[in-house]
Design a protein around this ligand. Structure first.
Ligand SMILES: NC(=O)c1ccc[n+]([C@@H]2O[C@H](COP(=O)([O-])OP(=O)(O)OC[C@H]3O[C@@H](n4cnc5c(N)ncnc54)[C@H](OP(=O)(O)O)[C@@H]3O)[C@@H](O)[C@H]2O)c1
Length: 332
């Protein structure tokens, strides 16, 4: 699997990475810890070394599952996690309420907070849950206005000096916010929503990252499963799977998406590929997009997504895919 350097760091990460949000279960209708661990190990065997998680994914559960799964193979993994979403602290800015039941039987109130002392607190929790002494890529998950970016970046640089993290990234950030991070020190990656159906960053963060030598990590490249061709109008979601209530997964949108994917199928077949692989390959071909993070539930999905890194789409195929996307611009 091809690897690319994360920004100015010396870290080489596979172009297809594994995203461990669904593995945490929360918002995805639960998780099977054994299947998840098997998926992570299968991914590494297929050449995926980049594994992205976050404390908020399952309120610690995703990090715990990842930590266990990479026991014994830690040195083969580029481990990425995040900070800045707190469910146990009043400071910062309200982000959302989750009805996930906490130990006290109440839901969680999640705040965005990137204060220096909070980052210090969060890194220790992540290191413990991930059962490791260092994080390869530490990212601010969501940006907030109550802490100056300079304070956040200085705290991250200190963690780097101490050897607790090796590279610094942001997520859900604007180019303007990234400029402020860059004034304080090197920023190695930007993680943003990007897929065939989510293309606003073509005019925003993608060109900025390319100019500044910042790795661009596309998240939800399969549109949370819609682009795999396996989420048709007939699919039923488990209780607690947040997709069920999204407009993107309305029966009508799934029907339109299926029609769009059928038009793309001949291109996938030419490459002996599945539709999911075509979506991953298309994303990786876009200028400035250096890595894609694919969520997985089982080893089969990990293997399929890893193999997409080897698909090369020529110019006429990319043009054809873009014109199908234009034709189906009502698909959300
Ligand atoms: N920074 C942020 O704010 C942020 C936000 C979102 C995501 N992310 C990161 O990006 C990662 C990926 O995004 P995502 O998990 O939201 O969505 P995604 O990668 O677009 O979709 C993942 C889902 O698609 C299905 N799937 C994956 N591979 C498949 C295959 N080969 N065949 C059939 N179905 C397949 C699985 O769900 P089913 O089998 O249940 O359909 C899987 O959970 C996350 O895990 C996380 O690390 C970051």
């Amino acid at each position: 699997m091809q690897q690319r350097t994360l920004g100015q760091s010396q870290i080489k990460a596979s172009v297809v990475g594994l995203g461990a949000w669904a593995i945490g279960g929360w918002m995805w209708g639960g998780t099977d810890a054994e299947q998840s661990a098997a998926a992570i190990r299968a991914a590494v065997e297929c050449g995926i070394n980049l594994i992205d998680t976050a404390p908020i994914y399952g309120f610690g559960e995703s990090e715990r599952i990842v930590g266990k799964a990479i026991g014994g193979i830690r040195d083969q993994v580029v481990l990425a996690t995040k900070c800045g979403l707190r469910w146990d602290c009043e400071r910062g800015v309200f982000h959302f309420d989750s009805d996930e039941k906490s130990i006290g039987g109440k839901g969680y109130r999640v705040n965005k907070y990137l204060g220096a002392e909070s980052i210090r607190h969060e890194i220790e929790n992540s290191l413990r849950r991930l059962n490791t002494e260092y994080i390869d890529l530490y990212q601010t998950h969501w940006q907030e206005e109550t802490t100056p970016i300079e304070e956040t970046m200085e705290a991250l640089l200190k963690l780097k000096q101490e050897g607790k993290i090796r590279a610094i990234g942001v997520s859900n950030a604007t180019p303007e916010q990234m400029r402020r991070y860059l004034e304080v020190g090197p920023l190695d990656s930007d993680q943003e929503l990007y897929s065939m159906l989510d293309r606003k960053h073509e005019a925003e963060n993608l060109p900025f990252c390319r100019d500044q030598n910042i790795a661009f990590l596309a998240y939800s490249p399969l549109a949370r499963g819609l682009l795999t061709g396996k989420t048709g109008p007939e699919r039923e979601f488990n209780e607690g799977d947040a997709r069920a209530s999204l407009r993107r997964f309305s029966v009508e949108n799934r029907r339109r998406a299926q029609a769009m994917l059928e038009r793309m199928r001949p291109i996938a077949e030419r490459h002996n590929a599945e539709l999911a692989q075509l979506a991953v390959a298309w994303t990786l071909h876009q200028p400035g997009c250096t890595h894609v993070l694919c969520g997985v539930r089982n080893p089969g999905q990990a293997e399929t997504n890893a193999a997409a890194a080897g698909i090369s789409l020529d110019e006429s195929e990319q043009t054809e895919l873009n014109s199908i996307l234009n034709e189906f611009d009502d698909v959300v």
